[in-house]
Write a protein that binds this ligand. Sequence first.
Ligand code: AMP
Ligand code: MG
Length: 298
Amino acid sequence: MVHTCGMAKKSNSTVRPSKSISELLRLPKGPVNMASLDPAGRPGYPGHGKSDADGYTAAIGPILADLQERLFANGKSTPVDAKRVLLVLQGMDTSGKGGVITHAVGLVDPQGVHIKGFKAPTPEELSHDFLWRIRNALPDPGMIGIFDRSHYEDVLVVRVENLVPVSEWDGRYDLINTFEAELAAAGYLIIKCFLNISPGEQKLRLAARLADPSKYWKYNPRDVNAHEKWGAYMEAYKDALERCNTDAAPWYVIPSDRKWYRNWAIAEILKEQLVAQGFTWPAANFDVAAEKARVAAI
Ligand code: AMP
Ligand code: MG
């Protein structure tokens, strides 16, 4: 298993992760064996489980919100130099891309977040190269952009459903790497998460949608067709993970059979990656003493 627990027991028997969650869930470079990626694992989780996960996730909130505000402030103050964050969420239907947006991304001020979902391309989008609509949806300086599906669909569903010939999709891995390297060089912090669920868990979640009229809107009969092609999708995911796993745009594999772990882990990775940026508050672009004096005199 790639997701070894990574926990070290302390003498007082408190269990603490010996590595960051980013390190634990970062997909190692090199060949990928999909069967070795455990969808039900909970590497690095510091608590007991579902019962305390809301508390652990909520505790990340104020830290993440502060980091996001610093990022946003820099975007307003010095847009040319400011970072932009791009969180790419990929996974099979029901893997929880929407749930992550609600529970992890929802911890920060929505004004600093730009969410974009990618559906089957429109005729206009199809008239351009596959990265055209992606470039148009990139976050502004200081913003956290969330991609609910992404350019990876163009080597996933497109490949499995034979929507373009192999000669065309096979060239896209290199195009994606070049594109992502350009973004990183331009100041984007790219975090790509593969929400890894098992086919058994997907079946349960599809059944749950059918069992509850308030969830019918989430159900799409086409999801069953994709489920039947699970093997082909996993082959396509394997290549996407293996061929596009760069330092500029790394993949994290998120065990997602447990919703509470998935949400906590992505919030934690986002926090860790933003902490690593060392954001400072932007300096005033005015004379603070003079402005204090003016305000005092009002
Ligand atoms: P959902 O995210 O469940 O609303 O579904 C969006 C659908 O759009 C999924 O079935 C995707 O596979 C599909 N989709 C997204 N991007 C593409 C693409 N580039 N080509 C074809 N289908 C796509
Ligand atoms: Mg869906």
